[in-house]
Design a protein around this ligand. Structure first.
Ligand SMILES: *Cc1c(COP(=O)(O)O)cnc(C)c1O
Length: 409
């Protein structure tokens, strides 16, 4: 009998055995089986509690099981779970309106289920909305756009391409932040420039001052589309609704997923209406895109942020965390710098970060390491001051002990 919610959960060891036998081992997993979450706390099957400063890999921007989202999903599940896009549903229309009116460009929405799908839609729209001879898309080293072949090709990181070629034709890579390289790369076949306003997986890389505005200029001068992959920077993560508002640069298209539905699977592309008209019936589709459950969760996500003043809260909690991390950068020689915008926070180390992450986990704190040396926090907007302080304290303790050990890398 499989464990149901009213019986005791299966032990971590027994769960791992199931995975060993039946689940493809394409993820490196911590040997912990999580069973329940609330706010910024999660519990494993042995009843251990963790403070989660990386909830849901950035998807759970309102923490685990935010009450309004839970309630909206429960209500929707009992009313209408799924109907295809051959029909209208009020939820999808209302959700699109709520998103559109919060962008700086009145985007119209195409809904899908993940970030990589949202980027595939943007790549196709870029080709469809520009003249036939224009197909090339410029992206940036260190970027991350997803794992399906189009988005993967857009992801200019060789380690993710190994063994998978030939990739999709028509992508050109420029160094992130190098405006002259972009100017040199643009030609008559270029259709679009695609990038994350802040590189997330690439190590919380913030673009140089003015870079995004200059890309906007280049796009205007050459009739290119400017596409922001806001899968990580969107939906309140930066303390603004979207990253393009944080930088005050208006793209033609944005892509969203991760926190879009507060932990329920959902993705979207929003495009300027004049561009969006190129996505006509027959050109693109996603069976589950904009389904009633995702829409209910997405609406509840926006309502929660506004009802609880969480954009302002995100800025306050960001400041508190940044100050704490900054103190660590001063205290520890091997901490190089803090990079942060809102609730995207990175602590750049001179040593390998994975053992730090593992030790934090043993101490009951969950965070992430990306690009080997960047500790990454993507905390929930409703993290309390006490939780922030406790997280910082655990991390400081772990770094103190690491200080005594010889540096790797
Ligand atoms: C996570 C991520 C993606 C991919 O999203 P999936 O839902 O895993 O397909 C794309 N772009 C960015 C910026 C991301 O952070």
């Amino acid at each position: 009998m499989p464990a149901s919610t009213d019986t005791a959960p299966l032990s971590t060891d027994a769960t791992i055995e199931l995975f060993d036998d039946y689940v493809i081992a394409n993820y490196r997993r911590f040997p912990v089986s999580l069973v329940r979450g609330e706010g910024s706390r999660v519990w494993d099957s042995e009843g251990r509690e963790y403070l989660d400063l990386f909830p849901g890999w950035g998807c759970n921007l309102l923490g685990h099981c935010p009450p309004r989202v839970v309630e909206a999903v429960q209500r929707q599940a009992a009313t209408l779970i799924h109907v295809p896009n051959t029909w209208y549903t009020e939820q999808q229309g209302r959700w699109a309106e709520m998103l559109s009116t919060r962008t700086a460009f009145g985007g119209q929405a195409f809904f899908c289920n993940s970030g990589t799908e949202a980027n595939e839609a943007a790549i196709k729209l870029a080709r469809l909305a520009t003249p036939p001879e224009r197909y090339k898309i410029i992206t940036f080293t260190g970027g991350f756009h997803g794992r399906t072949l189009g988005s993967l090709t857009a992801t200019a990181q060789p380690k993710y391409h190994e063994g998978l070629g030939p990739l999709v034709a028509g992508f050109t890579y420029c160094p992130f932040g190098d405006i002259e390289a972009v100017r040199a790369a643009v030609d008559e076949s270029t259709a679009a420039i695609l990038l994350e306003p802040i590189q997330g997986e690439g190590g919380v890389r913030i673009p140089p001052e003015g870079f995004l505005a200059e890309l906007r200029e280049i796009a205007d001068q050459n009739e290119l589309l400017l596409i922001f992959d806001e899968v990580q920077t969107g939906c309140g993560r930066t303390g603004q609704w979207f990253g393009h508002q944080y930088f005050n640069v208006t793209p033609d298209i944005i892509t969203l997923a991760k926190s879009l539905c507060a932990g329920v699977a959902g993705g979207a592309m929003l495009a300027r209406p004049e561009v969006a008209t190129s996505l006509r019936p027959g050109t693109h589709a996603a069976t589950f895109g904009g389904n009633p459950i995702a829409a209910a969760a997405g609406i509840a996500m926006i309502e929660t942020i506004e009802a609880e003043g969480l954009l302002e809260r995100a800025q306050q909690i960001s400041q508190r965390l940044v100050e704490g991390l900054q103190a660590m950068a001063e205290q520890f020689e091997f901490v190089r710098e803090v990079r942060a915008v809102g609730l995207m926070l990175g602590l750049e180390l001179e040593i390998e970060g994975s053992s730090i992450v593992e030790e934090c986990m043993r101490q009951g704190l969950l965070l992430n390491c990306t690009q080997q040396t960047t500790l990454r926090l993507l905390p929930a907007m409703n993290l309390s001051d006490e939780e922030a302080d406790r997280g910082l304290e655990i991390l400081r303790g772990v770094l103190e002990r690491a200080e005594g050990e010889p540096a790797e890398v």
